[in-house]
Design a protein around this ligand. Structure first.
Ligand SMILES: Nc1ncnc2c1ncn2[C@@H]1O[C@H](COP(=O)(O)OP(=O)(O)OP(=O)(O)O)[C@@H](O)[C@H]1O
Length: 338
C-alpha cells in the first residue's frame, strides 16, 4: 500500500466576489456573487513508504493546499487522498497519529512555554510512553544540539532554534510520514545544513516517508531523489530529479582557469560552445582568466574535451560543473519544457 495517494484531487476556494464601483469590500459583504479559485486541479500521485519526495512549484501553485488536504486541515472539493490508508479529512485524529507536520512559516509550539515544556504537553496529548518519550527527546537533543536552549521560552528562540524545536515536536510520536512545508525558510547556511542532514538521517534510518515543499533548490538537490512539480494546481513533472536534468538540461560546463587571459583563443572548439561565466551560477575565483565551455556529454566525452581544451588553451586549473537545478525548474515553471 502506498504511504500517500492523491487521486484526481481538487480543492476550490470560494469567496465573495469583489464588485466594481465604490466601497467594493463593503459591497462584497452584502453580495451573493462569489468567485472560485481552483487551487488544486486534479492532482494524482502515489508515494511509497520510505520515499523522500520534493513537492515543488512557484508561489500560489497549490503546494500548501495539497499538504493541508493530506494533513486533514482541508477537505477536498472532489477526488480522494489517502495517507497511510486513511482519508485525512474524515479521520483527522487517527491521521494525526501517523503524521508529523512542520509549517516553516508558523510554529506549533507554545510561545510562552520553554521548549522542554512544549514537548511535555505534546507527550501528554499523544499519551506517549514516558520512557520512550524521554529516550526520544534525549536522542533529538543530541542530534539537533538543543541542550543550550531547551529551557528557553519559544518566543526567545532564534528562527533556526525554533525550527529545530518544531521538527522535534512533529516527530515525538514517531510518525511514519512527515510533511515539511518550507522547513528551512529564512535559516542561515549552518542551521539549514543541520536541519537537512537530520531530515535525511531520519528518512534513511527510520524509513520515514517525507514530503518536502520548498523553494530552495539546494535542499532539493541534497535531499530528494524524486520530485513532483506542480503549477496552477496541476502536476507538470513527477519523477527522478536526475532524469529531469538529463532530459531537459543534458549539457555540462567545463570551467578553465587560464594561465594567461591574453593568450589568443580558438573559439570554435568542436562540440563545445564558449558561454558567459555567469552561466555556471557559481562565483569563479578568477573570472578574468576563466573560460566556460558548454558541452553535451553525449557528443563528446569529458576526458576528450579536456584533452582538446588543453591543446587550445594554456590551462592552470579546470573543473566540471553541472547545470543548476534552479535553471531547470525555472524553465519548467515558465512552460518552456514540455
Ligand atoms: N483559504 C484560502 N482562500 C482562498 N484562496 C486560497 C486559500 N488558500 C490558498 N488560496 C489560493 O490558492 C492558490 C494556491 O495557494 P497555495 O498556498 O496552496 O500555494 P503554494 O504553492 O503553497 O504557494 P507558496 O509557495 O506561495 O506558499 C493561490 O492562488 C492562493 O491564493
Amino acid at each position: 500500500m502506498p504511504a500517500i495517494q492523491a487521486a484526481d484531487l481538487v480543492k476550490e476556494f470560494s469567496r465573495p466576489a469583489v464588485l466594481p464601483g465604490r466601497l467594493p469590500r463593503l459591497r462584497a459583504l452584502f453580495s451573493t456573487k462569489r468567485e472560485t479559485t481552483r487551487a488544486v486541479n486534479g492532482v494524482n500521485f502515489e508515494i511509497e513508504p520510505g520515499e523522500l519526495v520534493g513537492y515543488l512549484g512557484p508561489n500560489g501553485a497549490g503546494k500548501s493546499t495539497t499538504i493541508k488536504m493530506l494533513t486533514g486541515i482541508l477537505t477536498p472539493t472532489s477526488g480522494v487522498c489517502r495517507v497511510a490508508g486513511l482519508e485525512p479529512s474524515l479521520d483527522r485524529a487517527r491521521n494525526a497519529r501517523n503524521i508529523g507536520v512542520v509549517f516553516g512559516q508558523r510554529t506549533q509550539l507554545w510561545y510562552d512555554l520553554p521548549l522542554r515544556d512544549s514537548f511535555e504537553v505534546l507527550a501528554d496529548l499523544y499519551d506517549l510512553d514516558r520512557s520512550a518519550y524521554l529516550r526520544r527527546v534525549g536522542l533529538f537533543t543530541e542530534l539537533l544540539d538543543l541542550e543550550d536552549f531547551l529551557d528557553t521560552p519559544v518566543r526567545s528562540l532564534s528562527l533556526g532554534q525554533r525550527m529545530r524545536g518544531d521538527l522535534v515536536a512533529a516527530m515525538l510520536h514517531e510518525p511514519s510520514i512527515l510533511f515539511l512545508d518550507e522547513p528551512t525558510v529564512g535559516l542561515d547556511v549552518v542551521a539549514k545544513a543541520r536541519l537537512t542532514e537530520f531530515i535525511a538521517e531520519t528518512n534513511r534510518t527510520d524509513g520515514t516517508t517525507v514530503v518536502l515543499t520548498t523553494h530552495d533548490m539546494d535542499d532539493v538537490e541534497r535531499l530528494c531523489q524524486r520530485i513532483i512539480v506542480i503549477d496552477s494546481g496541476t502536476v507538470l513533472y513527477d519523477g527522478d530529479l536526475s532524469r529531469l536534468k538529463e532530459r531537459f538540461m543534458p549539457h555540462r560546463f567545463l570551467v578553465l582557469t587560464l594561465a594567461d587571459r591574453s593568450i589568443r583563443r580558438v573559439t570554435d572548439m568542436p562540440y563545445a560552445t564558449e558561454v558567459e561565466t555567469s552561466a555556471v551560477g557559481a562565483v569563479l575565483p578568477y573570472p578574468d582568466r576563466s573560460v566556460v565551455l558548454r558541452f553535451d556529454p553525449r557528443e563528446i566525452t569529458t576526458p576528450e574535451l579536456i584533452a582538446r581544451a588543453s591543446q587550445v588553451y594554456q590551462v592552470d586549473e579546470l573543473s566540471i560543473v553541472d547545470p543548476r537545478l534552479t535553471d531547470v525548474i525555472a524553465q519548467l515553471y515558465d512552460g518552456l519544457l514540455t
